[in-house]
Design a binder for this molecule. Sequence first.
Ligand code: ADP
Ligand code: TRP
Length: 325
Amino acid sequence: MRVLSGIQPSGKLHVGNYFGAMRQYVALQEKGNECFFFIANYHAMTSVSDGQTLRDYTAEIARGYLAVGIDPQRVNFFRQSDVPEVCEFAWILSCLTPMGLLQRCTSYKDKLDQGLAPNHGLFYYPVLQAADILIYGSHLVPVGQDQKQHLEVTRDLAIKFNNTYGEILTVPEPYILSGAAIVPGVDGRKMSKSYDNTLELFESAKSLKKKIMKIVTDSTPVEEAKNPDTCTVFALLKLVASEDEIAEWDQRYRAGGMGYGDAKKRLAELMEELLAPYRQRYEDLEHDQDYVEDVLREGGKKARAVACEMMEKVRAATGIVVSGS
Ligand code: ADP
Ligand code: TRP
């Protein structure tokens, strides 16, 4: 089973990304699938328009994924731009893409609502994503719920291509990472870099603790019973504590006599236990950028070989001739 997913380098990695995506990618690798994970730097250009920033984010994502356990021996980990054929393929797919299909994509409208400029890249985004997926003959695409519609576009385009040019493309299945709860940020809304409410994955222990101690809670007095189900601190504790400890905190909340400060202190301890080894590895990789570059280059070469094989078939079927290929 060929599993593929892309990660946009559009900001600092946070605890929500870890539980919602990164941890699950590592689990998919452990299950022995053939995994292709790549850094979607062309896609990130729709929101990052400074060259140095894009380079920095790309390097940070690479270190971050390696730090939490992506194993380049088992996974093809690469940069999207190391396979420039995806841009060629995206054009070919775009000639089969009805305007209405893209006009119906809610992520385009959402991004305009967030204040992004309505440029063509943003509109064309799902076509490039389809090219990413189809060029490697991917079977399974693990993504968050927000990407479901893009997967439907991909499937539609694969079917349309096959109907037009012959059975060349694999029609992929989405694998919605819905088992993962939405991780709340320090203000109680969904943790997101757009809300400036994140616990960053690799920030210092000191700054992490400071942010945890400032998590917004209600003003129920210490002696009164509290509702764990509506508390951000408890929601985060559930991600890092053992089953037994979660049950204990649940009781302490409901019994009263517990201050939120106690729960926050324990949360800071447990979060630090989880993140300290990742942070260490991330910092080590900062001093070993050649290694990171080698991993991406090698991953890119392997991915490109697969993509070029597909492009031979695509060009032959569509009548596109490239001298020397
Ligand atoms: P952000 O909201 O910070 O911009 P992204 O959209 O870049 O995050 O998300 C990258 C991946 O991390 C996606 O697969 C998304 O589903 C997951 N993710 C992001 N934030 C959360 C969260 N708060 N809880 C669970 N998963 C999340
Ligand atoms: N659009 C995806 C996101 O924002 C990133 C992405 C780009 C992707 N190409 C992909 C995901 C191909 C899966 C497959 O999260």
